[in-house]
Design a protein around this ligand. Structure first.
Ligand code: FRU
Length: 492
């Protein structure tokens, strides 16, 4: 990207960042930009931070490097929204401009207290990580208050180099804080602290520790109450693959159970991955005034080639999702607000599917599709999106494997990846097939594809870099039926 103003030169600041954004917005190539997902205005975005409702709107902060489409000195960018669909860019909230965060303002969360919005983030200097606080009384300008949990407050056997991603929540009158940490033996951990005033913090306990993270820590923990249980989130680095689960080098997992904040113990009853696709990491949740738990996550993945970088930006967020717990499993559905943006409804019923079915007016790259397949006797049944000639991404049920597969290997763009990752082109999940039927709800937004299977029992998220806008259904080695289909254009 062309640089029109010298911004770096060793001194970062929020104003410098904002000036840089204004001067460089026009240089970003719009080709693969999403229309209803949050993306960096210029430069780089990773984890969502400080996701919350305050001052009459929803706030989304994010890990941001304005000066190029690569990860570098971390700022906190800031968007607000009324509906999780249209995003308004706000002034950059934090820049690494204090003596205790010169090497980055890493991920964290936010909490409202006494009418003020507090940001709790990881302040980095060299290889030292600590937790710091900033405050705002208008939700726009933030004043840094300094480090509140230095590495010295970790248990003795923990490394001060890996202590990050504080997530604060309230229980009764107390604030609790979860963070990722690592023991000196290299075990990933989640640690719990408590405070009455956000300033003085006391260590409670290690909530989780194991040797399942083979190359790092539990990043970005989160915890909330839902459906009578406590749900614990974490994004472990190098989590071991189990069959079709945890296929990314960095996974995001949920655990159901009971959190005893007094003792700092999480009694786990179930654990699973949150999303079985390619591009989903570091999810964070918030509770809305109408009682919904809404989750957002980074719609990208570490250690991969990001094709949009050549256009001057990299990284985006998923369409936020509402969470629920049913039958002791986590279910996800897109925020209901997206339905306000549906246009041009099209419907089909009882269409026999052969090797290739094109349906009139069913195409596009900014669309929502809801359909149910009768899987018939076909070996593979599904849908191709972003299709043109030989290029497509396909999501289908494979009867022999009894898995739903998201295959983007033919999209026409190769995503190179970390040597430890098996590939970056095929992902699978298992869903319950009842009465030989499979339900899918799919959202496309120029270069993304989010799939909700069987009413949100499983999801698969992936970016697709293709030049096509075709959508076709297919059944291989047998036939199947499209029982019903609704298609909408999403216009924001
Ligand atoms: C997760 C993460 C966090 C860290 C941040 C830095 O993606 O590695 O652990 O705070 O990104 O940008």
């Amino acid at each position: 990207m062309k640089v029109n103003t010298t911004a770096t030169g060793g001194s970062y600041g929020t104003k410098t960042a904002d000036l840089y954004i204004v001067h460089n917005l026009a240089a970003v190539n719009g080709n693969s930009r999403h229309t209803y997902h949050a993306m960096p205005p210029v430069g780089w975005m990773n984890d969502p931070n400080g996701f919350n409702e305050a001052f009459g709107k929803y706030h989304l902060f994010y890990q941001f490097y304005p000066y190029g489409p690569t990860w570098d000195s971390m700022h906190w960018g800031h968007y607000t929204t009324q509906d999780f669909v249209k995003w308004k860019l706000e002034p950059t909230a934090l820049a690494p401009d204090a003596s205790y965060d010169t090497d980055g303002c890493f991920s964290g969360s936010s909490v409202l207290s006494d009418g003020k919005l507090y940001l709790i983030y990881t302040s980095v200097v060299g290889d030292r990580q600590a937790q710091a606080l900033a405050v705002s009384s208008d939700g726009v300008r933030f004043e840094k208050l300094g480090v509140v949990i230095p590495g010295e407050k970790l248990p003795k056997n923990c490394l001060k180099t890996d202590f990050r991603d504080p997530k604060v929540f309230r229980r009764g009158k107390m604030f609790y804080l979860l963070a990722g940490a690592m023991s000196d033996a290299g075990e990933g951990m989640i640690v719990l602290y408590r405070s009455a005033d956000l300033a003085k913090w006391e260590f409670v306990n290690v909530l989780r520790k194991d040797n399942f993270t083979t190359r790092g820590i539990y990043e970005c923990p989160d915890c909330f109450e839902l459906g009578g249980c406590d749900v614990l989130f974490a994004s472990p680095q190098g989590y071991k693959t189990q069959d079709w689960r945890f296929e990314n080098v960095q996974s995001s997992i949920y655990m159901l159970g009971k959190l005893d904040v007094e003792r700092g113990v999480f009694e786990k009853t179930y654990e699973d991955e949150i999303d079985g696709g390619f591009d989903f990491y570091a999810p964070q949740t918030m509770k809305t005034h109408d009682g919904r738990i809404v989750m957002i996550a980074w719609m990208q993945m570490w250690q991969r080639y990001m094709p949009t970088a050549k256009h001057g930006w990299a990284g985006a967020m998923i369409l936020p999702r509402e969470l629920s717990v049913k039958d002791c499993r986590l279910y996800q559905s897109p925020v209901r607000e997206i339905e306000r943006y549906r246009w041009n409804p099209i419907g089909f019923h009882n269409v026999k599917i052969g090797s290739r079915n094109e349906l009139t007016k069913v195409n596009g790259t900014k669309v929502e599709l809801i359909f149910t397949l009768d899987l018939g006797d076909a070996k593979r049944v599904g849908i191709k999106v972003y299709q043109k000639g030989e290029h497509d991404a396909r999501i289908y049920y494979d009867r022999e494997k009894d898995l739903v597969i998201f295959d983007r290997s033919r999209m026409g763009t190769e995503i190179t990846h970390d040597a430890e990752e098996k590939d970056a082109s095929v992902r699978s999940v298992k869903v319950e097939i009842k009465e030989n039927k499979l339900g899918m709800r799919i959202f496309l937004d120029v270069s993304s594809c989010e799939v909700f299977l069987n009413g949100g029992e499983r999801t698969m998220t992936g970016n697709v870099y293709s030049d096509g806008d075709g959508i076709t259904f297919f059944a291989e080695e047998g036939s199947a039926k499209l029982i019903d289909l609704e298609k909408y254009d999403i216009v924001v």
